[in-house]
Design a protein around this ligand. Structure first.
Ligand SMILES: NC(=O)C1=CN([C@@H]2O[C@H](COP(=O)(O)OP(=O)(O)OC[C@H]3O[C@@H](n4cnc5c(N)ncnc54)[C@H](OP(=O)(O)O)[C@@H]3O)[C@@H](O)[C@H]2O)C=CC1
Ligand SMILES: C[C@H]1O[C@H](OP(=O)(O)OP(=O)(O)OC[C@H]2O[C@@H](n3cnc4c(=O)[nH]c(N)nc43)[C@H](O)[C@@H]2O)[C@@H](O)[C@@H](O)C1=O
Length: 328
């Protein structure tokens, strides 16, 4: 069946090609590692993986030789310069520059070397700061972006558009998924540069360990965010590789939103910190609300499985075993 852009949709073939060579870019990160776990669970046997030091995806010539030599059949692009509100606001040149380089190199070389299908990952920050809630895919490019992450958002929007342009001009099967805020094992727990959930998990854990009375949380606590466990996201990525071949990007969320204050209380409970929260209103709130409308993905037949409570407990266990114990 041909879609509106003339490209051929061959749905259902990905899951039947368990020995096809799949390049998961960014496999050491939160998302890439979850995708590798999911693919291995599903019986895929031919993953091609490179660490950042083995292959710098900002190098056009290195990416080109990698594709020429390895000739992967499928590509999932989960490598990017990623960070929370502070990192995005502090390193705008890196967030726009590195991301444009990585995605341009990978998308172009993948097309050139005959990759059958590529999944590009963006983020919910591509939407206007005051988009209608829940945010439908059609809200893209309908208003100004949130200033704290507009550089990253512009790069991600360019990635979506690049996939669409290659689909139109070359009938090439490049699709885009837009995940909401993610968390889980292998997250970045840096005190300043990470996202809110791992930042708070670490801060509450350290406060508990040091018998501190209070923990500082950034902003007013009123912004609303939707948190999806990365194993649900990985499941959705495999689902999209198999079941989706359209022009438009697809939102990936679970429809559950919490305020940052509610999130802080949940993390505090999971960690077992007994002190109080202090709000640092000199730090930015960012977008006031960012709930994805994921009805398009739901209509294709995908549903999330992991609740925030279970996901938080699992992530804290992982943090204790893999970050805290390894430091001791
Ligand atoms: N985390 C989240 O909440 C969300 C993430 N996403 C998207 O998911 C994708 C993955 O994000 P996430 O897993 O969280 O990020 P991580 O930072 O955890 O992982 C990114 C991976 O990419 C690698 N990488 C970065 N630069 C390069 C490079 N130049 N060459 C090779 N590898 C590189 C990193 O390696 P190294 O660490 O060694 O640099 C790391 O392994 C991104 O596209 C992001 O936009 C979307 C929505 C929310
Ligand atoms: C996934 C998404 O992630 C980023 O956008 P964000 O949703 O604003 O992400 P965040 O997790 O950093 O913050 C969420 C909220 O939480 C508050 N907050 C409290 N205390 C801490 C704290 O300690 N650290 C952080 N980072 N935030 C904190 C913070 O002030 C804000 O109100 C992007 O830049 C964007 O690139 C992107 O795609």
């Amino acid at each position: 069946m041909a879609d509106a852009t003339g490209s051929e949709m061959k749905l259902g073939s990905f899951m039947s090609e368990k020995s096809a060579k799949i390049f998961v870019a960014g496999h050491m990160g939160l998302v890439g590692s979850a995708i590798v776990r999911k693919l291995e669970d599903q019986g895929f046997t031919n993953l091609v993986l490179r660490t950042h030091s083995e292959l710098d995806l900002t190098s056009q010539s290195d990416v080109e030789s990698f594709f020429a030599t390895e000739k992967p059949v499928y590509v999932i692009l989960a490598a990017a310069k990623v960070g929370g509100i502070h990192a995005n606001n502090t390193y705008p040149a890196d967030f726009i520059g590195v991301n444009l380089q990585i995605q341009t190199n990978v998308i172009h070389s993948a097309y050139k070397h005959g990759v059958k299908k590529l999944l590009f990952l963006g983020s919910s920050c591509i939407y206007p700061k005051f988009a209608p809630q829940p945010i439908p895919e059609s809200a893209l490019l309908t208003g100004p972006l949130e200033p704290t992450n507009e550089w990253y958002a512009i790069a991600k929007i360019a990635g979506i558009k690049m996939c669409q342009a290659y689909r139109i001009q070359h009938q090439w099967d490049a699709i885009s998924g837009m995940p909401t805020n993610l968390y889980g094992q292998n997250d970045n727990f840096h005190p300043e540069n990470s996202h809110v959930l791992p930042a708070l998990m670490r801060r509450f854990h350290e406060a508990k360990a040091n018998n501190a009375d209070e923990v500082v949380v950034w902003g007013s606590g009123s912004p609303l965010r939707e948190f999806l466990h990365v194993d649900d996201l990985a499941d959705a990525c495999v689902f999209l590789m198999d079941r989706y071949s359209g022009f438009e990007h697809v939102n990936v969320g679970n429809g559950v939103e919490v305020t940052i204050k509610e999130l802080a209380e949940l993390v505090k409970e999971v960690v077992g910190f007994k002190g109080k929260l202090v709000w640092d209103c000199t730090k930015p709130d960012g977008t006031p609300r960012k709930l994805m409308d994921s009805s398009k993905l739901a209509s294709l037949g995908w549903t999330p499985k992991i609740s925030i409570k279970d996901g938080l407990s699992q992530t804290y266990e992982w943090y204790l075993e893999n970050v805290v114990q390894k430091k001791q």
